[in-house]
Design a protein around this ligand. Sequence first.
Ligand code: SD4
Length: 324
Amino acid sequence: MLNRRKFLQLSSLSAPLLSIKNIATNGDAYTKPIVISTWETYKGGNTEAWKVLAANGRSLDAVEAGARYVESTIDCCVGLGGNPDRDGIVTLDACIMDEHANCGAVGAIQQILHPVSVARKIMETTPHIMLVGDGAQQFALENGFKKESKNLSPSAEAAYKEWLKKSEYKPEINIENKKSHDTVGLIALDAFGNMSGAVTTSGMAFKIHGRVGDSAIIGAGLFVDNEVGAATSTGVGEENMRICGTHLVVEFMRQGDSPEMACRKAVNRVVKRDMAKAKTFQLAFLALNKKGEYGAYALQKGFVYCVKSNGEEKTIASKYVFEI
Ligand code: SD4
């Protein structure tokens, strides 16, 4: 027979997730767990992350699962199916950050299917944060990751051949890689109130060999502060790196701004510096705060993001500065 203690233990193990709106000790309403991610193309990553969160898992495991899903399924802009650099070589960037400010990153890694997991391995097993190029690959191989083929995916090969005709480096707004979008960034708040994020990408198509973008840079492609919130970014990485964009967004939230306002202020900083130039590229920020409130802002029309929580599953078109 079940005694009371056993009954309580069992019922807490099988307890449904906390209700959608919870009340914090300071009286604020908050939503958790919740995961948000960049671009509709990568919605499947959000779904994978949600599975972890819905089972009362850790936000770190959730964002890694979401990023891994996209790395192995999307044939375009994330993972080994992504478009190559100018030399025809696919190089990948990724980073991950948890609620303790632990972080890991890989830049320009080749022939590894799951750069996000290499980033996590660096975070968890080394005194470093970022490994790049051959060193990153060597570390991955030493840690059980498999070396994959160098072959381009059929669509990447076709895109590269097309690009070679002119060899002109000119990112197009929102569709740098023609078929879809470049980067998945996921940020999550778990049932325990902890936040993590992950980013993974093949980066800007036809970049110079060896180029590392913002998606591998903590404070640019991703930043998490468990006291305040988290932010991620997509678009032209160089423009984001100039302002350490996601760190800036989190700092604006710390000062009391909503996620959307924080993203808007970061975007405005780019506009203010050079309005004419800002009209020529895409840069978008996506943020989530400790209460589970989220928001985004983009330079250009066209950025969308996905949200999944107990109460909602939706794709939202971000507000923006310029209409092209
Ligand atoms: C990069 N930020 O490598 C990435 C690319 C991207 O939409 O997100 N494009 O610069």
